[in-house]
Design a protein around this ligand. Structure first.
Ligand code: ADP
Length: 660
């Protein structure tokens, strides 16, 4: 299939939006008047945990608004527990376990420097600490503070987006209606009910659409269709609630959905088999896409993201005597600074990791701004390296008191179940399950065992899909990023087509705001090369797999056809031994072949593709959805209000490019 590339996207045409009395006329418009082929009246919405991206399908780039709402505390008194007591988890004193993982990351950084023959000054850390201890502030007059932030401390009303980020937490509760890249934040204790939560979401959408960029009143939504981006491992009940909200409450004409990894490929104009890596704010997600389909068993959702890098970076700075020692990262102004410093200074570029002198401005509501000089060294690389050592994030979270789940809202938005069996019926992915069970291909030294596991994948896939599961898995996924990628690609190949391995490895596409760190593509390539098991690294592996699969099938068939003998436990054991024997023999041959001097076999090249030039990686997904909104295919994906009224969520089975 040909995926349309961005180059095919028509130029932005300034839409003539007749805001006059169309709205009134529209009241009378019936279903038959909806023009599903007209991309001029399509909005594209990508709700992220950090920001909502929204725009007209023909816009060059979306309008990005932080996905949060600030509510005056007085509005919530007595209705939700307003948490006055502060949990200061992000302070410099951490338990030994934390320091052990930090040392491991430091060790890895030094190894890397040694490998690339870069010098590390032996006393770099001391230089930093000694300097920072003595750094003194310089007061800045308000009129000279060009980047002054107008903090909002008067809780007179609700604030949305950028403004909400400036609202002080002493007077406001800042709520995030969306988490995990597209699900609703049903576990937040800040919500009284699902309606309350949806109110934040629709409030935010209406706030954006009212803004000068869109100038749309609520009554005008009926003139627009929506292309909506959902996560790869979406939760059906959340998707359906969102569609219902857009169609029945906000009265959009029609909604079409697309999974984010497919959208990413559209956005980048890549049509070959691709592994998409999306580093978001709260999660990092990996999935393989082939022929316009997101491969279910390759999908992985990792429970760490760029916000964790922000927290770690701030923490590492504090541990290096950063001159702002009473920095409260979780306050509004504290987080602002942490984000700013992360975006400016974190890097994977080895050459930039030397003792550097920078400065920052400490801005606290109601106080005069102060400028400090400070020095940094390896903190700038240690924090983003946590993507490959996420145990440090897990450790940090362990120290936090777990938030009490919001049972009320959870019960109002229960997880989707099969009507007949009560079995959970959301997508299940083998790769995700294996990450949670710590059954990763990377790090397993026993090649024979790995190969047996790989050859047994079809039965593991069956097992997973047919498993009777009544409760969701509460575990968090902290698999290291490079290992998750190898898991995803391997399982994509095993569940779909082994010969695609080479293509997946040469098309690892990174996106998401968190991938903005300099040289991320470079280090990711190195990490995959370091961790990918030797067995899975050679161009001849797909042939080995095919050959062995065939041989095993033949053995099994020959036993089945063997004069109708009934197979008892003894025969079963014999059969298994026979299979193991074949695997052992072929593995030996494979290794001999690889090690032989006249071996022409080589390693499957790993190539990480940065997002196309001039395109912010956090916009790529939105961009792809806007491409879908402009091609013919989308017409078949729209579900209208009438469809929804008549069939409810069942209609999704017929209106998705994937198996809903
Ligand atoms: P989501 O889809 O979860 O809303 P995004 O893909 O929009 O997330 O990415 C947002 C995250 O990317 C935030 O944590 C933000 O701090 C981070 N980010 C944005 N720009 C940069 C940058 N230049 N350097 C590092 N991180 C960045």
């Amino acid at each position: 299939t040909q995926v349309p590339s961005m180059a095919n996207t028509p130029d932005v045409t300034d839409l003539k939006r007749d805001n006059g009395n169309v709205a009134e006329q529209n009241e009378a418009i019936g279903e038959e008047d909806i023009d599903l082929s007209d991309a001029n009246t399509t909005m594209v919405i990508h709700p992220g945990s950090n920001s909502l991206k929204i725009g007209f399908a023909k816009d060059e780039s979306p309008f990005v608004i932080p996905c949060c709402v600030a509510i005056p505390k007085s509005e919530l008194k007595g209705q939700v527990p307003v948490n006055e007591e502060k949990q200061r988890a992000y302070n410099r004193d951490q338990p030994t376990e934390f320091h052990e993982i930090k040392s491991e990351i430091q060790h890895s950084f030094r190894e890397r420097m040694r490998f690339y023959k870069r010098k590390v000054q032996p006393n770099a850390h001391e230089q930093v600490v000694n300097y920072n201890k003595l750094s003194k502030p310089e007061l800045i007059e308000d009129k000279n503070d060009y980047n002054r932030v107008n903090w909002i401390t008067n809780p007179d009303r609700r604030y949305y987006g950028e403004d909400a980020l400036k609202c002080s937490k002493e007077h406001f509760v800042v709520r995030y209606p969306v988490v995990k890249g597209g699900s609703f934040n049903i576990s937040s204790p800040d919500y009284r009910s699902l309606q309350d939560l949806m109110g934040d979401f629709t409030g935010l959408l209406e706030h954006v659409l009212r803004s000068p960029k869109f100038q749309l009143k609520r009554s005008q939504f009926t003139q627009y269709k929506v292309v909506l981006v959902i996560p790869d491992l979406f939760e059906k009940s959340h998707v359906e609630t969102l569609i219902r909200c857009l169609i029945t409450e906000m009265q959009f004409q029609a909604v079409a959905i697309i999974q984010e990894s497919l959208a990413t490929c559209y956005g980048a104009g890549i049509s070959s088999s691709t592994c998409v890596v999306n580093v978001g704010a709260t999660q990092t997600r990996v999935a393989c896409v082939d022929e316009g389909t997101v491969l279910q068993d390759s999908c992985i959702t990792l429970d760490y993201g760029s916000d964790d890098i922000t927290k770690l970076f701030a923490l590492f700075l504090l541990q290096s005597e950063f001159p702002y020692q009473d920095w409260d990262i979780e306050s509004t102004h504290g987080w602002y600074l942490a984000e700013e410093l992360k975006k400016k200074f974190t890097t994977f570029q080895d050459a930039s990791v030397t003792v550097q002198l920078y400065n920052f401005v400490k801005r606290i509501p109601g106080q005069q701004a102060e400028k400090f000089d400070f020095k940094v060294f390896d903190e700038v690389i240690l924090a983003p390296l946590s993507l490959f050592y996420p145990d440090i994030v897990a450790q940090l979270r362990n120290e936090l008191r777990p938030p009490s789940p919001n049972e009320k809202v959870k019960s109002e938005l229960p997880i989707s179940r099969d009507v007949f069996t009560d079995n959970l019926d959301d997508w299940r992915s083998l790769s995700q399950a294996e990450c949670l069970d710590n059954q990763l291909y990377c790090g397993n030294q026993d090649e024979f065992q790995t190969l047996c596991r790989i050859l047994d994948t079809p039965s593991r896939l069956d097992e997973l899909q047919t498993e009777h599961r009544l409760e969701p898995d509460p575990r968090q996924n902290y698999a290291p990023l490079e290992k998750a990628i190898v898991q995803s690609i391997t399982n994509a190949c095993l569940s779909f087509d082994i010969s695609k391995m080479s293509s997946f490895y040469s098309n690892i596409l990174v996106c998401g705001g968190g991938s903005n760190i300099p040289s991320f593509d470079f280090i990711l390539t190195d990490r995959i090369n370091i961790w990918r098991p030797r067995l899975l690294s050679h161009t001849s592996f797909p042939d080995l797999y095919k050959k062995l699969s065939k041989q095993i099938k033949d053995i099994k068939n020959s036993v089945k056809n063997g004069e109708g003998k009934s197979s008892g436990p003894q025969e079963d054991e014999q059969l298994k031994e026979k299979v193991r024997e074949v695997i052992r023999r072929e593995l030996e041959r494979y290794n001999e072949h690889i090690e032989s001097p006249n071996n022409v076999d080589h390693l499957l090249p790993v190539s990480v593709l940065p997002p196309p030039k001039d395109l912010d990686p956090s916009m790529l997904i939105w961009k792809g959805a806007s491409v879908l909104a402009q091609i013919k295919l989308v017409e078949e994906l729209y579900l209208t209000g009438a469809d929804w009224d008549m069939h409810g969520s069942r209609i999704l089975q017929y209106k998705c490019i994937f198996t809903y």
